[in-house]
Ligand binder design. Structure first.
Ligand code: ZN
Length: 318
C-alpha cells in the first residue's frame, strides 16, 4: 500500500497499542474505534491499533481482532498490529492486519524477562511467520517488520552494544522480514546515538530496509531524537496521541513522543504529513473522555497554536 508519495513524513500512531498497554485502565472498544476513526479523518495514514497477545496478559488489548477489522474499513489507512509470536501472527493475518511487527529485544536479558524467550527462540518464531506469510495470496499478506527493541539501551543490561543491534538486523532481514525498525523502548536514546545507529544498520542491510524509528520521551529527548532521525533520512516516525502511557519511573514524562507536538514541529517546518493539525488536536477530547483518570501530555495542545499560525513558512518574515 504505497500511496504516500504526497507526504514527506509518515506518522505512525501507536497510542492504541503502546499507550494503552502501558496503563491499567481498559478503554472501551467503542471509544477505541471513535479514536481511530477520528485520527484517520484527521489524516493519519498508519495506526498500530493493538497487539495480538493473550488477553490474560494484556486485557487492555483483548479486543485487538475486532479493532483491526474495524480499522480496515477506514479508507486509506494502513492497519498495523504487534505480534509477540507465531500464534499472534496467525491471529493478525486472520483479522486482516496490513502490517505486523514482531519485537525482538536486542538485550537478551530483557527478551527473557518479557517474552521468556532467547534470541534463538524469537528468531525461530520469525522463521515460522515468514513461512506462514509466504503461502498467503499477495492481497492477504501483511508487511512484516522485525522491531529491534531496547536498541538504545536496556533497563536490565544497561548499554546495548551497537554491533549486536546490527547483527540482529541482518539476521531478521536474512530470515525474510521486509524491514527492521529501531525502538528506543527505554527512552535512553540521544540524537548522536540515533544518527550513528541508523547509519550502522543502513550500512548492513540497506536504506530501504530501515525506514522507521520508535521513540519514547522518557528523558525529554523525544523530539530531538525524531529530528535527528529525520535529518538522517528516516521517513516514518512512531508517536502517540497525548503521549499516553507515561513512565512510572519518570513522573511527568510522556510515553511515546506526543503526536500533536510532533505534527506541530513538522508542519511548522513546512514538511508534509497529510495531517490536519486542528482536527488532530480535537481528537484529544475523545481520549480524555474515555480515560478521564489518565494524564495526557503535550505542549502544543496546552499552549495552542501560535497567533496567525499557518503551515510551512512559519517564522519566515514576509
Ligand atoms: Zn514503545
Amino acid at each position: 500500500m504505497d500511496t504516500n508519495s504526497d507526504i514527506d513524513v509518515l506518522i505512525s500512531e501507536v497510542g492504541p497499542r503502546d499507550g494503552l498497554q502501558s496503563i491499567q485502565t481498559v478503554m472501551p472498544t467503542e471509544a477505541k474505534k471513535a479514536w481511530i476513526r477520528a485520527e484517520a479523518e484527521a489524516g493519519l495514514r498508519e495506526i498500530e491499533v493493538g497487539s495480538f497477545v493473550p488477553p490474560k496478559l494484556l486485557p487492555q488489548l483483548a479486543d485487538t481482532a475486532e479493532i483491526v477489522e474495524f480499522a480496515r474499513s477506514l479508507p486509506g489507512l494502513t492497519v498495523a498490529a504487534l505480534v509477540p509470536n507465531f500464534k499472534g501472527a496467525e491471529n493478525a493475518v486472520r483479522a486482516g492486519a496490513h502490517k505486523i511487527t514482531l519485537p525482538l529485544s536486542v538485550s537478551e536479558t530483557h527478551s527473557q524477562a518479557n517474552l521468556r524467550k532467547t534470541h534463538a527462540q524469537v528468531l525461530d518464531e520469525v522463521r515460522r511467520i515468514v513461512d506462514l506469510l509466504r503461502d498467503l495470496p499477495p492481497e492477504r499478506r501483511p508487511a512484516f517488520e522485525g522491531g529491534l527493541s531496547t536498541a538504545f539501551g536496556c533497563t536490565l543490561e544497561g548499554p546495548v552494544p551497537e554491533g549486536k543491534v546490527v547483527a540482529l538486523a541482518r539476521q531478521l532481514i536474512e530470515l525474510g522480514c521486509d524491514e527492521v525498525g529501531l525502538s528506543d523502548t527505554t527512552g535512553y536514546a540521544n540524537p548522536a546515538q540515533v544518527r550513528r545507529l541508523i547509519r550502522l544498520v543502513w550500512a548492513e542491510v540497506g536504506k530501504e530496509r530501515l525506514t522507521g524509528i520508535h521513540l519514547h520521551n522518557t528523558r525529554g529527548l523525544g523530539l530531538a531524537n525524531a529530528l535527528a532521525a529525520l535529518e538522517e533520512g528516516i521517513t516514518t516516525l512512531d508517536s502517540s496521541l497525548g503521549g499516553i502511557g507515561g513512565c512510572p519511573f519518570a513522573p511527568g514524562a510522556s510515553g511515546n513522543i506526543v503526536t500533536e507536538d510532533l505534527v506541530f514541529m513538522l508542519d511548522a517546518m513546512g514538511l508534509r504529513t497529510g495531517i490536519d493539525l486542528e482536527k488532530l488536536l480535537a481528537v484529544r477530547e475523545i481520549v480524555r473522555n474515555a480515560l478521564p483518570d489518565e494524564p495526557l501530555y503535550g505542549f502544543t495542545p496546552d499552549a495552542g497554536l501560535p497567533k496567525g499560525y499557518r503551515r510551512g513558512g512559519w517564522g519566515i518574515a514576509a
